[in-house]
Design a protein around this ligand. Structure first.
Ligand code: FES
Ligand code: FE
Length: 434
């Protein structure tokens, strides 16, 4: 088998199916990508009080996001140091100690081993408890309430990892609707797949249907694909003209319409030119995706074996929004992507079939085509005095491009080939490519 990096040719837009279905590549990816990159773990709002915890994942591994009794946050590997039992089998809760269900070792919420059955008799008090606390991530970062961590102590600081992509991530974190603090490829730039959602569009509740609040918001806007191939991140967005009026959303629901109008006005006052950016789906390499606008949400793609991905969604609602707005958004989210939802289920259907139809020995011989818009990106985009970082491809007329996907897989290939962060932190690598 060729080295994984050779299976990705971002310059020609050809990407081997092997990288999606091959077992060996999957295992290498756990080591090369997931044990190295910064990963999204959760939000501090999930663990507001001392003793609160939330069980998340980093790659295939279960981790505990814990707030200790002093109020400090920690991320621990959810595996007992004695024989590896999953120390915490709940999804979330509050506890002063995590007691292992197997033989009863217990760990305080700051990770320290504090209790060992028969410590006196069986261990003769010779076990050095200070050496057997839970494994903690070497680096963790709280970015505007979102908690990120990496298993690699040589990884660059989180803000370097994000780089200028921060501007786009802030569309989510700084929140559109006045909140405080705060499906992989389709989330980085697949504007091409709207046909998948035609049925929900036809009844007016799909991504381009009339049941959405952003009707009219995009009038006269430029549609942009933004890629950071040297980092792997990417997003799509709409850039409104400087004189764009505030649209009337939800005219049939005055309270909603009024609320969003108010938010939009506040935003316009607050951030000069940035209100013109209507963020679309984006992805922070390798597995955190987000939608900064309704349905405002975070999606994390957890690997669960070569043929399985588990997707977690967090939906975000402004804590200060009127109850009617919260109710409306909750229904919207459930309809859009809940277990009985109508829109994102279309995407899963495609991924499942695409995956199984790509796994056979013959199918695997043929690369996927990611040529769309190849070489059409521009590194220094400016529109009416607003300069935007990243490699930008204007898709207003073209309607779609695959630049962001090429950038993502280019970076993936670099991770798969690299010995460590030494060469990966050279941010110039992918800069000029489209
Ligand atoms: Fe946890 Fe033995 S595995 S106490
Ligand atoms: Fe979709």
């Amino acid at each position: 088998m060729a080295s994984p990096a050779k299976l990705v040719n971002a310059d020609t837009g050809l990407i081997s199916r092997e990288i999606f279905v091959n077992q060996d590549i999957y295992h290498q990816e756990q080591e090369q990508v997931f044990a190295r990159a910064w990963l999204f773990v959760g939000h501090e709002a999930q663990v507001p009080k001392p003793g609160d915890y939330f069980v998340s994942s980093m790659g295939e591994e279960s981790v505990i996001l814990s707030r200790d009794r002093e109020g400090w946050l920690h991320v621990f590997l959810n595996s007992c140091m004695h024989r590896g039992m999953k120390v915490c089998r709940y999804d979330e809760g509050n506890t002063p100690v995590f007691t292992c269900p197997y033989h009863g070792w217990s760990y305080a919420n700051d990770g320290k081993l504090v209790g060992v059955p028969y410590f006196k008799d069986a261990y003769h008090q010779e076990l050095d408890k200070s050496k057997w606390g839970l494994i903690e991530v070497p680096q963790m970062f709280n970015y505007k309430g979102s908690i990120w961590a990496t298993w690699d102590d040589s990884a660059p600081p989180f803000l370097d990892y994000i780089g200028e992509f921060k501007l786009y991530l802030d569309l989510l974190m700084d929140s559109w609707d006045g909140a405080e603090g705060g499906h992989r490829e389709n989330f980085i730039g697949d504007r091409y797949h709207n046909i998948s959602h035609r049925s929900v569009d036809l009844v007016g509740i799909g991504p381009s249907g009339t049941g959405r609040r952003d009707q009219g918001e995009r009038a006269g806007a430029r549609l942009l694909d933004v890629s950071f191939p040297e980092r792997g991140h990417g997003t799509v967005m709409a850039l409104r003209p400087t004189d764009a009026p505030i649209p009337q959303a939800y005219q049939d629901l005055p309270i909603l319409s009024e609320y969003f109008r108010h938010c939009e006005e506040e935003r316009k006052q607050k951030d000069g030119q940035l209100w013109r950016m209507l963020g679309g789906p984006g992805t922070v390499f390798p597995n955190m995706s987000y939608l900064p606008r309704q349905p405002r949400s975070i999606a994390v793609w957890h690997p669960r074996g070569v043929n399985q991905t588990e997707v977690w969604r967090w939906f975000m609602v402004d804590a200060h929004a009127p109850q009617e707005v919260k109710d409306y958004l909750r229904h919207y989210y459930i309809r859009y992507s809940g277990p009985g939802g109508l829109t994102e289920q279309d995407d899963m259907e495609n991924w499942n079939y695409a995956h199984s139809a790509s796994s056979g020995v013959v199918a695997r011989r043929h690369a996927y085509n990611y040529e769309m818009g190849l070489g059409h990106g521009t590194p220094a985009y400016e529109n009416d005095g607003l300069k935007l970082p990243g490699l930008i491809l204007d898709t207003t007329e073209a309607r779609a491009a695959e630049q962001n996907q090429r950038g993502f897989y280019r970076r993936w290939a670099e991770f798969m080939d690299a010995d460590g962060w030494g060469s990966l932190a050279n941010w110039q690598n992918g800069n000029s490519h489209g």
